[in-house]
Design a protein. Sequence first.
Length: 296
Amino acid sequence: MAIETLPEPSIPITRPFRLKLGFLTATPIIAIATACLALIVALAVFAPWIAPHDPLLLAPAQRLKPSSAEFLLGTDAYGRDVLSRIIYGGRISLLIGLGAAVFSVGIGLAIGLLAGFFKWLDAVMMRVMDGLMAIPSILLAIAVVSLSGASIGTVMMAITIPEIPRVARLVRSVVLTAREEPYVEAAISLGSSLPKIMWRHLMPNTVAPLIVQGTYVAASAILTEAILSFLGAGISPETPTWGNIMAEGRSYFQIKPSLIFWPGLLLSLAILSVNLIGDAARDALDPRMKQREGGK
């Protein structure tokens, strides 16, 4: 007599994450923000071919020259071309913003997954995160740079550390909710391995909020790097960054305010564009958020 075998129970998993890029042009404001950010990124990437002069070349005889055909934005106190330094400065600022976002999201994701899944780890890890969040991010970044020395890697690490707790707490909240779902409990009951549960059932729920959080971290990192450089606690002054250019130009603000205006303008446009794109991504990933805001 043949024995009918029942099919193995299937464990549903979350749908694959998909984010269409149409939100980048959803409204005229978002389209302008996307175009501005794309232009700034293009200037930074192709700086060696776009910049008209060497940003590190000293020419004391050309110091504080006004705008001209040779120097479109004039020169600084050391005779260096301001336009070239602004173009090259975007490379450092954007690199630090992107690096801080990637590292903080990656480390925060790992901490949040473990804290949300293992209750015995939750109390310990979250108290450490709360301790880091209690320290002002600027002071913590200055302390890290002072102890380790000024370099691109050190500044990136100093900016990343204060952002990790925010990402970790976000992921933890998502995991705590997803862990109570029936498909996760079924996977645990059937003896699925921990990496499989994390990868197939928990991580897909964190992708959408992490994309939005990553944009905010990138914008905050760009601003923090400029603040550190402006305060003299960032990358070495001769390295062209938007913060360094403004820090050097503040002594000559009354003579030549453009030394602060132009790098400050690009810094503001970059941060504003990233934040607007982050808001658009949030609306695209959670349409209910847009409906709630529209109903206010």
